[in-house]
Ligand binder design. Structure first.
Ligand SMILES: CCCCCC/C=C\CC(=O)SCCNC(=O)CCNC(=O)[C@H](O)C(C)(C)COP(=O)(O)OP(=O)(O)OC[C@H]1O[C@@H](n2cnc3c(N)ncnc32)[C@H](O)[C@@H]1OP(=O)(O)O
Length: 300
């Protein structure tokens, strides 16, 4: 009981750090010195690199075919984010994709379709922790979105401080209702905090996916540019943010975001239970099956 109480005092990402190391035993493939992030860190799913001159890290996702967020990808994201966070010289992080035309297709639906309960719970907890880590990061975080970014992909982008998106035929938004599922409260809260209550209410019910121009208009993204310029534009914007006093900026960010994070901190276990009950309902499984089928049929 005492241990439990003590654990309860730790922030979820501090608890999760132990979980990853002791339960998953996962380590990243390192090229170079393990104590400093002066060289690239690469896994099957992503590459994290730090420009030591600017203090800007780039986290590039490359899980084929669409950067679907499965348990392994989320675990790698958590480890990479923690690594960037803990590296003193790192001041900012650009989150981007190495896959053409895709930022992230959101959660890997195969994690939710005909799931094994144990893995399903771990999957959801890892997603929760990734969101808390990214949304609450001390770093300036900028999403460089050069492709589609539905659902969980949109959540990751919204969790950054600023979003640069490529002009073109890409879509971003929380489209969960189109799959017959419901975005959880912390997805909704993140969207409300980004584009406001009324617009979120409309977008969530319709499962609306915004084109780049419309996303800019409602404030879902902050800047548009050519596809090839997205990372450069994100890095340029970053240098503006890095000129601000870091402590004042971090305290301001935390003042705006911590209450939203704390809502999940206190309801984390209940949220996992709710998710598991909901996802394993027959009607939801049926809807996910149809959606997967429609994605496959689209390819012909
Ligand atoms: C109480 C809580 C309830 C649960 C709350 C859950 C919260 C969040 C939910 C999510 O994040 S669900 C995921 C939502 N994502 C989507 O709806 C995107 C679906 N994908 C697409 O629309 C398209 O794939 C794309 C992203 C626009 C890319 O199009 P493109 O033409 O380039 O590629 P495709 O041919 O469509 O796809 C290639 C390949 O990938 C498979 N795939 C695509 N997205 C996913 C995914 N999210 N999960 C798993 N698999 C995915 C797709 O089926 C193709 O597979 P194959 O045919 O090659 O086998």
């Amino acid at each position: 009981m005492a241990v439990r109480t003590l654990l309860g005092l730790l922030r979820p990402w501090q608890q999760f750090r132990t979980t990853i190391i002791t339960l998953r035993g996962k380590t990243l493939v390192e090229h170079g010195c393990a104590r400093s992030m002066s060289t690239d860190t690469t896994t099957d799913n992503l590459t994290l690199s730090l420009d030591s001159k600017t203090g800007i890290a780039t986290l590039e996702m490359h899980r084929k075919p669409v950067n679907g967020l499965n348990l392994e990808m989320l675990t790698d994201l958590n480890i990479a984010l923690e690594k960037a966070e803990n590296e003193k010289s790192c001041k900012g992080l650009v989150l981007t994709s190495g896959l053409p035309k895709i930022f992230s297709a959101g959660l890997d639906i195969l994690e939710m379709y005909q799931p094994k309960p144990e893995r399903l719970a771990e999957f959801w907890r890892t997603l929760q922790n990734m969101w808390m880590r990214l949304y609450g990061s001390r770093l300036v975080t900028i999403a460089a979105i050069a492709g589609h970014s539905p659902a969980g992909g949109c959540l990751m982008a919204m969790s950054c401080d600023y979003r640069v998106m490529a002009t073109g035929k890409y879509a971003i938004g929380l489209n969960e209702t189109l799959l017959g599922i419901v975005a959880p409260f912390w997805f909704r809260d993140t969207m409300v905090n980004t584009i406001g209550h009324r617009e979120t209410e409309r977008a969530l019910q319709l499962g609306h996916l915004y084109g780049a121009d419309e996303a800019l208009k409602v404030g879902l993204v902050d800047h548009l540019c050519d596809q090839e310029e997205v990372v450069k534009a994100a890095t340029e914007e970053m240098s503006r943010w890095l000129k601000v006093n870091a402590v004042a900026r971090q305290l301001s960010k935390s003042a705006m975001r911590q209450a939203t994070i704390d809502k999940l901190v206190v309801r984390q276990e209940q949220d996992i239970e709710d998710f598991m009950t909901f996802v394993q309902r027959d009607a939801v499984q049926k809807a996910l099956g149809f959606y997967l089928q429609s994605l496959r049929e689209k390819r012909g």
